[in-house]
Design a protein around this ligand. Structure first.
Ligand code: DC
Length: 224
């Protein structure tokens, strides 16, 4: 069973997906964290992102592990815990360019499908309902007003000790939204059979409740 949750950055996907996974005793899979880990590997190895062959070589050689540990997702790159490092500014600034590359996407999608084959998952990302798991039974597309998304992201960054301004965060979100939704390979897109949830005015509990109601409704319908 796969619950696919897609949408732009800071639309409420992660918090909702984590809580839904916990309630339904499913694995939570943050696919954005995987693209961030690849970006970190490329930055650390000083790979020129325009040099496609070198990018492919780094992708082939890296060892990526992602798993739930209690309430936390742990990401390991070549054995090192990089769960914090993948949230840094240089990674955030470069991840859209890296995740637009076909070779990177194919490698990550293969890992994601393998995880999805083994366990019931709540998977969050940009292309989960459209490309990674097009047959997922439950597809949700989350949206929210860009200012509200920027305020949410700013709060998270301040908690991590980062002192960016609201304007900077909003500019980054808009830039990433544009790049993620206009790229050639697997752009951010609502699947035709996904339901849309606008989280602008919703509390976290309300978001989770909406997703749970949707899942129950689909289950009832399919059991009839
Ligand atoms: O969810 P996030 O902001 O951590 O994701 C980081 C970037 O990864 C985002 O800008 C787009 C990319 N991404 C993607 O292309 N496909 C996914 N399934 C998940 C994330």
């Amino acid at each position: 069973m796969i619950v696919a949750i897609d949408g732009p950055a800071a639309s409420g996907k992660s918090t909702t997906a984590k809580m839904v996974a916990k309630k339904l005793k499913m694995t939570y899979l943050d696919t954005g964290a995987m693209y961030r880990a690849v970006t970190l590997a490329l930055l650390r190895s000083n790979t020129d992102l325009d040099d496609y062959d070198s990018v492919c070589q780094v992708v082939d050689e890296l060892e990526l592990d992602i798993f739930d540990q209690g309430a936390k997702t742990v990401v390991r790159l070549d054995g090192e815990d990089v769960s914090q490092a993948i949230r840094s500014m240089p990674v955030t600034e470069n991840v859209s360019a890296v995740s637009a590359m076909k070779y990177v996407r194919e490698a990550m999608v293969e890992i994601q499908r393998n995880i999805g084959k083994k366990t019931n998952c709540v998977v969050e990302g940009r292309d989960i309902g459209t490309v990674v798991f097009p047959d997922a039974e439950f597809k949700i597309f989350m949206v929210a007003d860009v200012k509200i998304r920027a305020e949410r992201r700013l709060k998270e960054l301040h908690e991590m000790g980062d002192d960016q301004s609201l304007q900077e965060v909003m500019a980054d979100l808009k830039r990433r939204d544009k790049k993620d939704s206009t790229r050639v390979h697997s752009p951010l897109q609502k699947a035709g059979d996904a339901i849309e949830i606008d989280t602008s005015m919703l509390s976290i509990d309300q978001q989770v409740e909406k997703v749970e109601k949707f899942i129950n409704l689909v289950r009832e319908k399919n059991n009839k």
